[in-house]
Unconditional design. Structure first.
Length: 266
């Protein structure tokens, strides 16, 4: 029996990277896995991978920037598997890495839609299904970038800061329904990591060296188990937490100032 045996888990953005790793790990632990993913090519592939691991799986093409699409994914999960126990809000739509003064309203709106609004919609849609089951587990994705004020991520930092507020508000209010709500701040070798590696030779080695554990995280083997823990009965008394899952990167932090930006400009 796995830690999530016969539980129904919906993971947004599970078509690749960290989301894929989380989905596969949940599948290994016996969950019915719903792949809520925009990419119609990668989503079905991950669903098949989960089935090959012995799980029941469903791909639902989902655009998390649209309320109706998010609600439809939750409804599809409940219809196929009879309910919903676990919600993992992982998806987000990246915007160009530019200075705060160059970030546009449209960039901020896109980031808020794919993170704050997407999580809000999914959580609200999941609530009645979790209440029917006598409780549930929600895991939202936070970021170390908020704590460090990471350069070129002004819209992302703003949104992820709001995610922490949403997480703790829901944890406070929904505990009465036996629903736990937690956040993780992961760093791992996901889609963004591989993009940076391709663009910056030596990035992987430098990234590993920054962490006390001396290596970069694996989505399935390093991030997935923490989500499984929070989604399982082992964490039934844990709520409102924000957990760094980054090999200790949050201890030394990092300097994200671009080399071309002077220390002082007038």
């Amino acid at each position: 029996m796995g830690l999530l045996q016969d539980k129904v888990a919906l993971i947004t953005g599970a078509g690749n990277g960290i989301g894929r790793g989380v989905a596969r790990r949940c599948a290994r632990e016996g969950a019915c896995v719903v792949i809520a993913e925009l990419d119609a090519d990668s989503g079905p592939v991950v669903a098949r991978e989960c089935e090959e691991l012995g799980a029941r799986a469903l791909f639902v093409r989902t655009d998390v920037t649209r309320k109706d699409s998010v609600e439809a994914a939750v409804a599809a999960a409940a219809e196929r598997f009879g309910g919903l126990d676990i919600l993992v809000n992982n998806a987000f739509a990246p915007t160009p890495n530019v200075l705060l003064e160059d970030k546009t309203d449209e960039m901020l709106a896109r980031t808020l839609d794919s993170t704050v609004w997407a999580s809000w919609w999914a959580m609200k849609a999941a609530l009645p299904h979790m209440r029917k089951r006598g409780g549930g587990r929600i895991v939202n994705f936070y970021s170390i970038d908020v704590e460090l004020g990471a350069w070129l991520h002004g819209d992302y930092n703003t949104a992820k800061g709001a995610i922490l507020g949403l997480t703790r508000s829901a944890a406070s209010e929904w505990g009465r329904f036996n629903i736990t709500v937690n956040a993780i701040a992961p760093t791992a070798m996901g889609a963004t990591f591989h993009k940076l590696c391709a663009e910056n030779p030596g990035f992987a080695e430098r990234s590993a060296a920054m962490r006390p554990l001396g290596r970069c995280g694996e989505p399935e083997d390093d991030i997935g188990p923490v989500v499984v823990f929070l989604a399982s009965e082992m964490a039934r008394y844990v709520t409102g937490e924000a957990i760094h899952v980054d090999g200790g990167l949050h201890l030394p932090g990092y300097n994200s100032r671009p080399a071309h930006v002077p220390v002082r400009e007038l």
